[in-house]
Write a protein that binds this ligand. Structure first.
Ligand SMILES: Nc1ncnc2c1ncn2[C@@H]1O[C@H](COP(=O)(O)OP(=O)(O)OP(=O)(O)O)[C@@H](O)[C@H]1O
Length: 442
């Protein structure tokens, strides 16, 4: 055992430098040193304690019990709980100080008011309870926000994307999702996160298009907000999870510089997924997207086709949303064949979001059980994908013809289930249909 020796300043009567309750007694039980705080728990002053015998204080019921005799007996560190005045519980720890003959020469003791500790413990227990409730709520919210309702994957292009995601999700590579609004970029980002090694971590979405340049850095790395409250930044929030940068194509060059600088400086432990409606490659060529940021983010590009080019998914979306809103509004409505057919040829600029919205409107607003073309809102009447929708300005004829060919193929694909039927309709060989489908839709 390592022995403790009292330093040679035993002439001093009060240990001035301590703000704790410390008492030193000789082995006969006489108190020889006290601190300013000593006696506080017993309604005595420090000076009143000096020179007194702990045995006497014990017999007067002030020290209940005294610690010195226990330390002398056990010759080791002892801890007990004393009941002080006002029924306060005080935790006393006594330590023996040995002389050169290994006899206990002095006992040094210090005390804490356990009542305060109790209060602290109660507060901590309450705090822990609250924390675990908050944690449970957070886990539930996280699960709900990551839930993608009935993900539709009937088209070949979406099947290929999911196959690719299976492969790359477990690797921490950056992914860029490109496609029109509402095609499912966010849904796919969530699927990547859920299949990744970061799935237990947070999924943090940053909507790049709505953060002004002046605030972008603070949003990324945190700082004081307008009210002076400290906010943590998105980069810290996303640690051990996924940082989803939505609308990256809307970020100004100034904010792009900030983003790259902060990503490189903080080198965070998260996966980055970005989403854009415009092609980042085109933006880079037009000098509207920084080349260094492009190569930082653009490791695995995934292009998501619009729904009008995924007829199998479009059909399924009509079916699923019709069922959903029929259920929600206790209806049993059906789409007439002509309506179904014209819906397949619409542009669906906002993709799934628009399909959902129209199905809900049709279920709610149509008068009879069979929804027909007459029930379509005005903006949907006479909407066709035709020559007018093909952009010709500034494009060479071969490019325009390719676009026409693609539209014609799409039309045939919507109308017929097999490539043989499509070939009959188009008057070309089946092999040619397969080759052309591969060229335009793979
Ligand atoms: N394959 C799918 N199957 C079923 N629902 C889908 C599918 N893809 C997307 N959705 C649903 O469509 C809606 C729009 O999808 P999402 O937000 O993922 O699109 P987005 O491309 O991120 O759009 P934006 O660019 O406007 O943010 C969401 O409610 C989403 O759950």
């Amino acid at each position: 055992m390592q022995s403790l020796y009292l330093l040679p300043n035993s002439e001093e009567e009060i240990i001035e430098s301590y703000d704790e309750d410390i008492i030193v007694t000789k082995r006969d039980g006489t108190i020889i040193k006290v601190t300013r705080k000593s006696g506080l728990y017993y309604d005595l002053s420090a000076e009143e304690l000096l020179g007194q015998s702990v045995y006497e204080l014990e017999s007067k019921g002030i020290f209940t019990p005294a610690i010195t005799p226990l330390v002398l007996k056990q010759k080791k560190k002892v801890a007990i709980v004393q009941i002080a005045s006002n029924n306060r519980k005080v935790l006393i720890t006594g330590i023996p100080l040995f002389n050169e003959f290994q006899e206990v020469e002095f006992v040094i003791s210090y005390s804490y008011d356990v009542s305060e500790l109790r209060l602290m413990q109660e507060y901590l227990a309450e705090f822990e309870d609250e924390m675990s409730t908050v944690k449970e709520e957070l886990a539930l919210l996280r699960k709900e926000s990551l839930h993608v309702e009935g993900f539709i994957c009937e088209s070949k292009s979406m099947k290929q994307i999911l196959k690719m995601i299976d492969k790359i999700a477990p690797l921490q590579v950056s992914v860029v999702l490109e496609g029109e609004s509402g095609v499912g970029k966010t849904a796919l980002a969530k699927i990547i996160h859920k299949q990744s090694t970061k799935k237990a971590g947070p999924f943090v979405t940053v909507d790049c298009g709505i953060i002004p340049d002046a605030l972008f850095k603070r949003e990324l790395i945190g700082g004081l907000d307008a009210e002076g409250t400290k906010k943590i930044g998105f980069l810290q929030m996303a640690q051990s999870g996924t940082l989803y940068l939505q609308g990256i194509d809307e970020l100004s060059l100034a904010s792009q510089t900030t983003l790259l600088k902060e990503l490189q400086r903080t080198n965070g432990n998260f996966r980055i997924i970005t989403a854009a409606e415009q092609s980042l490659e085109d933006l880079m060529a037009a000098k509207q997207f920084r080349e260094d940021l492009f190569y930082y983010l653009h490791v695995v590009p995934i292009h998501v086709l619009p729904l009008r080019e995924r007829p199998e998914d479009l059909r399924k979306a009509f079916e699923i949303y019709l069922e959903k809103y029929n259920g929600m509004y206790q209806q049993n409505k059906k789409l007439s064949d002509p309506l179904f057919h014209s819906l397949l040829y619409m542009r669906w600029e906002r993709n799934f979001m628009e399909v959902k919205n129209l199905m809900e409107r049709l279920v709610v607003q149509s008068e009879s059980a069979m929804i027909t073309e007459d029930d379509l809102p005005a903006e949907y009447i006479q909407q066709h994908v035709g020559i007018d929708s093909i952009e010709m300005e500034g494009h060479p004829l071969p490019a325009i013809l390719e676009k026409v060919e693609k539209e014609v193929l799409l039309k045939a694909q919507k109308q017929y289930k097999t490539t043989t039927e499509m070939a009959d309709y188009l008057g070309i060989s089946q092999a040619s249909v397969v080759r052309k489908l591969k060229k335009y839709f793979d």
